[in-house]
Design a protein around this ligand. Structure first.
Ligand code: TYD
Length: 135
């Protein structure tokens, strides 16, 4: 496997009497950010993702509510529950990822290191399995 199944990042946060500030800073983000996405208004029965990428690295943060992310490199699978705005999971290329079980009006924040390009997507699970056997 060229990439790990996932990596967790703990972002610094600062709480005082009036609230909590979380900092997504360059020091904690292992790539140059090209895109920032927000996914919201998600139905609790909704399923997002269900694909992987050839080149794009992303960091997924659940900044409100909760969701499960399933990570699959073709050999190993892991389900993580995300509910902490100060914790990010790195989604590597050739790791199939699916987000579901959304709770409490979950909002996802995503950082990506590429411009949007549909050609970078692998949307067929069978194609994904063929690619991971090659890398
Ligand atoms: P999609 O990748 O299917 O979302 P998810 O991974 O959450 O299931 O993208 C949904 C739509 O948004 C699709 O029509 C493509 C478009 N889109 C962009 O225009 N730019 C982007 O950076 C992304 C990620 C998606």
């Amino acid at each position: 496997m060229k990439y790990p199944l996932y990596t967790l990042i703990n972002f610094p946060f600062f709480t005082n009497a009036t609230g909590t500030l979380t900092m997504f800073d360059r020091k904690n983000i292992p790539f140059e950010i090209r895109r920032v996405l927000i996914i919201r208004n998600i139905k609790s029965s909704g399923v997002r993702g269900g694909h992987t990428h050839h080149a794009t690295h992303q960091i997924l943060v659940c900044i409100k509510g909760q969701c499960d992310v399933e990570l699959d490199n073709g050999i190993e699978k892991k389900i993580l529950t995300l509910n902490d705005p100060a914790q990010g999971v790195v989604l590597y290329p050739y790791v199939w990822h699916t987000m579901q079980n959304f709770k409490n009006d979950a909002i996802l924040l995503v950082f990506a290191n590429t411009d949007y390009n549909e050609k970078d997507y692998i949307r067929s699970y069978d194609d994904f399995l063929k690619f991971v056997k090659k890398i």
